[in-house]
Design a binder for this molecule. Sequence first.
Ligand SMILES: [Cu+2]
Length: 392
Amino acid sequence: MKKLFYILFFAASLNGMAQDQTTFIFSKMDIEAQHVLWDNTPTMLMGFTTTMSGSIDIPGPTLNYFEGDSVELKLRNMSQGASHTIHLHGLDVNQQNDGVPHLSFEVGHNETNSYFFEAPHPGTYLYHCHVTSALHVQAGMYGLLIVKPNTGINETWDGGFLYDSEYAWMTSEIDLAWHEDSIINRPHDTTTVEVLLPDYNPDYFLVNGRSEQELNNENIAVSAAANEVILLRLANIGYYGNTYYFPMHLNARIISSDGRPLPFIEFSDSLNIMPGERYQVLLQSTNELEAVIRVNYMNLNTQTVENTQEIAVLISGYFSVPENKYEAINIYPNPSLDRLHFTTEASKIELYDLNGRLLKTKVNSNFIDITDLEKGSYLINLDGQTKKIIKK
Ligand SMILES: [Cu+2]
């Protein structure tokens, strides 16, 4: 069941207003193997960076926007000869800005061009290069695009699910034979030149470009407290199908697919994600727990599982913020029609709309009158704690 109010630090609530955003992305190509895989094998990549001198990592930079942002995504091509695009997979953008060769522009070596779009419905999306895409995607030209609601609070979409923490996992594979110098480091590579690729036979199975013991990374392994709501943003840009297995006590709920809320929210201990798909999942454990989430990688031609990766989950018994901070002041009733009461007196009460506009203040009181407010959601700040309230 959805919580009606929620606590967060107030600073976070003013960040999220829709605005103009310009993002600079560079496409690059390794001329020697410099990306090191979990077993110390170096490999070459093609990929995206946020700076001209930056080295390529996989996935590429995560693009973060708020719903309604007017985005200019500038692509500067630093690769030797190969042209590239950014295809905004799953976003409702027009054809000119969709990065599909022949239907949209390509960006040649040393050229810069811009994609324009409005950040759509909050959710988890992905982008990738669409030039010779079988090769360029496998080479590393992909990343996540995340849109958050402009309410500035941790909710999946406006009026959606509230969450405490989030993890984004993008799965893919690497076939070393596709990362040879003769394939990656080509002086000229256009869609009309034939590229001879060996049969796809991946050697590495990745979550955020990492595997095996590298998954103990703090940005990947889940560490949370009992009752905390954890949002997983999942995307598969590999050529294998993934199946996630969630331990039963994590109470996994599949809430959205391909950037859209699912009509029926299901509890499920497993989830299949086909190439190109994105899902959002909520986890919430009522108990302490030490477990793993398994990810299977299935060859879609043979339907055989060729690899399994494990991501550690540690649920501790305590909130990272002291429990009494949460308990200090509660508000009731919520939603309310006319008057909100507090369990203890607050010395400073501030009421904001979701755009961060201060609507009213009050000092030393255990209630506030909201009769004059329109129906909707608001934020109330009580002695430094922010809660979401709803006017009926
Ligand atoms: Cu490309």
